[in-house]
Design a protein around this ligand. Structure first.
Ligand code: CTP
Ligand code: ZN
Length: 153
Protein backbone atom coordinates (compact mmCIF):
# COMPACT_ATOMS: atom_id res chain seq x y z
CA UNK A 1 0.00 0.00 0.00
CA UNK A 2 1.37 3.41 -0.93
CA UNK A 3 1.77 6.25 1.53
CA UNK A 4 -0.72 8.44 -0.37
CA UNK A 5 -3.41 5.78 -0.08
CA UNK A 6 -3.16 5.52 3.67
CA UNK A 7 -2.58 9.22 4.34
CA UNK A 8 0.15 10.82 6.37
CA UNK A 9 1.43 8.64 9.15
CA UNK A 10 2.45 11.62 11.26
CA UNK A 11 1.14 15.07 10.66
CA UNK A 12 2.98 17.88 8.93
CA UNK A 13 4.85 20.28 11.16
CA UNK A 14 4.58 24.04 11.22
CA UNK A 15 8.18 25.04 11.92
CA UNK A 16 11.29 22.98 12.25
CA UNK A 17 13.30 20.32 10.48
CA UNK A 18 12.32 17.07 8.81
CA UNK A 19 15.15 14.60 8.30
CA UNK A 20 13.85 12.35 5.56
CA UNK A 21 15.21 9.32 3.69
CA UNK A 22 17.13 8.14 6.74
CA UNK A 23 18.42 4.60 6.23
CA UNK A 24 15.93 2.19 7.78
CA UNK A 25 16.76 1.50 11.40
CA UNK A 26 18.95 4.59 11.90
CA UNK A 27 16.33 6.97 13.34
CA UNK A 28 17.30 6.25 16.93
CA UNK A 29 20.94 6.97 16.12
CA UNK A 30 19.85 10.26 14.55
CA UNK A 31 18.11 11.15 17.82
CA UNK A 32 21.30 10.27 19.66
CA UNK A 33 23.35 12.54 17.38
CA UNK A 34 20.90 15.36 18.06
CA UNK A 35 21.12 14.77 21.80
CA UNK A 36 17.43 14.01 22.12
CA UNK A 37 16.82 11.93 25.24
CA UNK A 38 14.09 11.13 27.74
CA UNK A 39 14.88 14.49 29.35
CA UNK A 40 14.33 16.59 26.23
CA UNK A 41 11.31 18.83 25.92
CA UNK A 42 11.39 19.09 22.15
CA UNK A 43 8.46 17.88 20.10
CA UNK A 44 9.80 15.02 17.99
CA UNK A 45 8.11 12.52 15.67
CA UNK A 46 9.89 9.35 14.65
CA UNK A 47 8.74 7.07 11.86
CA UNK A 48 10.60 3.85 11.20
CA UNK A 49 10.58 1.38 8.32
CA UNK A 50 8.04 3.20 6.17
CA UNK A 51 7.40 3.11 2.41
CA UNK A 52 8.34 0.47 -0.14
CA UNK A 53 11.95 1.61 -0.06
CA UNK A 54 12.05 1.31 3.73
CA UNK A 55 13.24 4.46 5.37
CA UNK A 56 13.04 6.31 8.66
CA UNK A 57 11.93 9.91 9.18
CA UNK A 58 12.57 12.25 12.11
CA UNK A 59 10.66 15.51 12.53
CA UNK A 60 11.80 18.03 15.09
CA UNK A 61 9.70 21.06 15.75
CA UNK A 62 11.18 24.52 16.28
CA UNK A 63 14.77 23.51 15.69
CA UNK A 64 17.32 23.86 12.91
CA UNK A 65 20.33 21.61 12.87
CA UNK A 66 23.94 22.63 13.32
CA UNK A 67 26.37 21.78 10.48
CA UNK A 68 28.26 19.34 12.71
CA UNK A 69 25.03 17.51 13.49
CA UNK A 70 24.24 17.23 9.78
CA UNK A 71 27.77 15.93 9.11
CA UNK A 72 27.31 13.15 11.65
CA UNK A 73 23.97 12.20 10.16
CA UNK A 74 25.70 11.89 6.76
CA UNK A 75 28.02 9.23 8.19
CA UNK A 76 25.20 6.94 9.27
CA UNK A 77 22.74 7.85 6.54
CA UNK A 78 24.38 9.33 3.44
CA UNK A 79 21.13 9.61 1.46
CA UNK A 80 19.21 11.55 4.11
CA UNK A 81 17.64 14.88 3.21
CA UNK A 82 17.28 17.85 5.51
CA UNK A 83 14.03 19.76 4.95
CA UNK A 84 13.59 23.13 6.62
CA UNK A 85 9.93 23.86 7.32
CA UNK A 86 8.54 27.34 7.87
CA UNK A 87 4.84 27.96 8.14
CA UNK A 88 4.15 24.42 6.91
CA UNK A 89 6.14 24.97 3.69
CA UNK A 90 9.37 23.19 2.78
CA UNK A 91 11.53 26.30 2.30
CA UNK A 92 14.81 24.42 1.83
CA UNK A 93 15.76 20.86 1.04
CA UNK A 94 19.25 19.51 0.74
CA UNK A 95 20.95 16.19 0.85
CA UNK A 96 23.52 15.60 3.51
CA UNK A 97 27.08 15.62 2.18
CA UNK A 98 29.50 12.86 2.98
CA UNK A 99 32.96 14.44 3.30
CA UNK A 100 36.07 12.67 1.98
CA UNK A 101 37.81 12.91 5.37
CA UNK A 102 36.74 13.52 8.96
CA UNK A 103 38.75 14.50 12.00
CA UNK A 104 37.76 14.33 15.64
CA UNK A 105 34.29 12.97 14.92
CA UNK A 106 34.70 9.20 15.25
CA UNK A 107 37.13 7.23 17.40
CA UNK A 108 39.17 4.35 16.05
CA UNK A 109 38.04 0.89 17.17
CA UNK A 110 41.63 -0.36 17.39
CA UNK A 111 42.70 0.01 21.06
CA UNK A 112 46.37 0.10 20.01
CA UNK A 113 45.88 2.92 17.51
CA UNK A 114 47.92 6.06 18.23
CA UNK A 115 44.63 7.94 18.50
CA UNK A 116 43.73 5.87 21.57
CA UNK A 117 46.99 6.23 23.50
CA UNK A 118 47.71 8.35 26.58
CA UNK A 119 48.77 11.32 24.50
CA UNK A 120 46.22 10.88 21.82
CA UNK A 121 46.38 12.22 18.30
CA UNK A 122 43.03 13.42 16.97
CA UNK A 123 41.42 10.51 15.12
CA UNK A 124 41.23 10.99 11.38
CA UNK A 125 39.54 8.82 8.78
CA UNK A 126 39.35 8.73 5.00
CA UNK A 127 35.80 7.96 3.86
CA UNK A 128 34.96 5.53 1.09
CA UNK A 129 31.50 4.83 -0.09
CA UNK A 130 30.61 1.67 -1.98
CA UNK A 131 27.17 0.46 -0.96
CA UNK A 132 27.92 1.26 2.63
CA UNK A 133 30.04 3.97 4.19
CA UNK A 134 33.55 2.84 5.17
CA UNK A 135 35.87 4.80 7.44
CA UNK A 136 39.60 4.05 7.05
CA UNK A 137 41.80 5.16 9.93
CA UNK A 138 44.72 7.11 8.46
CA UNK A 139 47.00 6.00 11.31
CA UNK A 140 46.42 2.27 11.69
CA UNK A 141 44.34 1.35 8.64
CA UNK A 142 41.51 -0.16 10.65
CA UNK A 143 38.21 0.05 8.78
CA UNK A 144 34.87 0.82 10.41
CA UNK A 145 32.02 -0.24 8.16
CA UNK A 146 29.30 -1.23 10.60
CA UNK A 147 27.70 0.41 13.61
CA UNK A 148 29.45 3.71 12.89
CA UNK A 149 27.09 5.43 15.32
CA UNK A 150 28.69 3.49 18.19
CA UNK A 151 32.04 5.17 17.50
CA UNK A 152 30.85 8.76 17.26
CA UNK A 153 32.62 11.05 19.73
N1 CTP B 1 6.87 17.62 5.86
C1 CTP B 1 6.36 17.83 7.13
N2 CTP B 1 5.72 19.00 7.42
C2 CTP B 1 5.58 19.97 6.50
C3 CTP B 1 6.08 19.77 5.19
C4 CTP B 1 6.73 18.57 4.89
O1 CTP B 1 6.50 16.97 8.00
N3 CTP B 1 4.92 21.09 6.83
C5 CTP B 1 7.61 16.37 5.57
C6 CTP B 1 6.96 15.48 4.53
O2 CTP B 1 6.06 14.59 5.15
C7 CTP B 1 8.17 14.74 3.97
C8 CTP B 1 9.29 15.78 4.07
O3 CTP B 1 8.86 16.73 5.04
O4 CTP B 1 8.50 13.62 4.80
C9 CTP B 1 9.60 16.46 2.76
O5 CTP B 1 8.43 17.06 2.30
P1 CTP B 1 8.14 17.22 0.72
O6 CTP B 1 9.33 17.85 0.09
O7 CTP B 1 6.83 17.89 0.57
O8 CTP B 1 7.98 15.70 0.33
P2 CTP B 1 8.55 14.91 -0.94
O9 CTP B 1 8.35 15.71 -2.19
O10 CTP B 1 7.98 13.53 -0.88
O11 CTP B 1 10.09 14.84 -0.58
P3 CTP B 1 11.26 14.08 -1.34
O12 CTP B 1 11.12 14.37 -2.79
O13 CTP B 1 12.51 14.69 -0.74
O14 CTP B 1 11.12 12.63 -1.00
ZN1 ZN C 1 43.31 3.73 14.06
Amino acid sequence: MKQEEIGLRVRRIKHGTVIDHIAAGQALNVLRILGITDRSNEVVSVVMNVSDRKKDIVKIEDRELKPEEVDKIALISPDATINIIRDYEVVAKHRVILPSQIEGVVRCMNPNCITNTDEPVRPRFVIHRNDAVELHCVYCGRVISERIADFLI
